[in-house]
Unconditional design. Structure first.
Length: 360
């Protein structure tokens, strides 16, 4: 275990020892000293609403159970945490690699079930497999149902109109869709051929883009009103608002969860008046409002992952913005709602489909 991990788990035990139900009472000095670990817990969604009020921090979720389960912390044990076995490095796989492999194996199993159902020539078996596969993948595979019989965008399949030949047709399409989905599996890499200048073919590794066009990730601090208004605006326009702490943990570490949930086409970062900060040589009167540390971190992370043109920064109130994220434009979140039009235009420039009638 690294020194950093030891310090983090020591601080975690101290935080747990201070709790009284869902309330953790800290002095201002304790809060400042333990703030980095508290921020880590909040980024991972283990603390849903972290705020300090008169020395009390309110953890509105059972953060300790979540943290201990997902980070595999064994408190009171000298090992403190379960460590991976690196004895066989040739066959060692990270949790992400194991999970991806399991997902791919599950898809291959379903492809095999489709093949068996088609070969059986049994209409009832084909219908069962059709319904099972549709229920499992309709929310994940882009354009699912397109070019299939008796499929309606808002209602799915109407099985009254599916005869045996239609079921075979649809199952063949489902098999092809799943095989294609395997090629662009979210978060994986694929290899493509490119012709070099001298006519030789070279191999280039490229990151797969998530083909969904309706998922927008929201980075936020403690301003719940700003978060909810942004989410409602997106949902009214037909987009799905992705908020980290609302997503399932799936046994992920904090970074794995962030990586998984940011497989999106666009992101919005909310800079709100959550913290106070100043240069150490400055006086208390020079303190200014700042966004949470996780907001600044995730802003930079998303610029690196999605590209600067697909990240929109909103500022509510008098908030000091980072000076080292060059070229970033910050849009005021005004009460009149002009920011919504700016956001819609920016999303359209980034290549997303926008109906301006839904933004006013």
């Amino acid at each position: 275990m690294t020194k950093y991990e030891e310090n983090m788990f020591a601080e975690y035990r101290e935080i747990k020892g201070l709790r009284n139900g869902n309330v953790i009472s800290l002095s201002k000095r304790e809060y400042a000293r333990l703030k980095s670990t508290l921020d880590i817990l909040e980024i991972g969604g283990y603390i849903i609403d972290l705020k300090i009020d008169g020395g009390h921090i309110y953890a509105t979720d059972e953060i300790f159970e979540f943290f201990e389960e997902n980070m595999k912390v064994e408190l009171g044990d000298s090992s403190m945490a379960r460590r991976p076995d690196y004895s066989d490095l040739a066959n060692f796989k990270t949790p992400t690699q194991i999970r991806k492999e399991n997902q791919e194996n599950s898809i291959r199993d379903d492809i095999e079930k489709i093949e068996v159902a088609i070969d059986s020539d049994d209409e009832s078996q084909m219908k069962r497999v059709h319904m099972t596969v549709d229920a499992k993948y309709s929310s994940y595979v882009p354009n699912w149902g397109h070019s299939m019989y008796a499929y309606f965008d808002k209602h799915g399949f109407n099985y009254e109109f599916l005869d045996k030949d239609s079921l075979v047709h649809n199952l063949v399409h489902m098999k092809a869709s799943l095989e294609g989905y395997m090629c662009v599996f979210p978060g994986t890499k694929k290899r493509t051929t490119q012709s070099s200048g001298d006519g030789e073919t070279t191999m280039q590794t490229m990151r797969t883009e998530n083909v969904s066009s309706k998922r927008v990730f929201i980075v936020h601090g403690h301003d719940n009103e700003a978060k909810q208004e942004t989410a409602r605006t997106l949902e009214k326009a037909g987009y799905e608002a992705i908020i980290l702490h609302e997503q399932p943990n799936l046994g992920n570490t904090i970074m794995e969860k962030l990586e998984r949930c940011t497989d999106v086409d666009y992101a919005i970062v909310l800079y709100t008046e959550c913290d106070l900060g100043r240069a150490k040589e400055a006086g208390v009167t020079e303190e200014r409002y700042r966004a949470r540390q996780n907001v600044v971190y995730e802003h930079g992370y998303l610029i690196g992952k999605l590209g600067r043109e697909k990240v929109f920064a909103l500022v509510k109130g008098d908030v000091e913005t980072p000076g080292d994220i060059s070229g970033v434009m910050y849009t005021p979140m005004d009460s009149a709602g002009a920011w919504k039009i700016s956001l819609a235009k920016d999303m359209r420039e980034a290549g997303l489909e926008i109906d301006m009638n839904k933004w006013v």
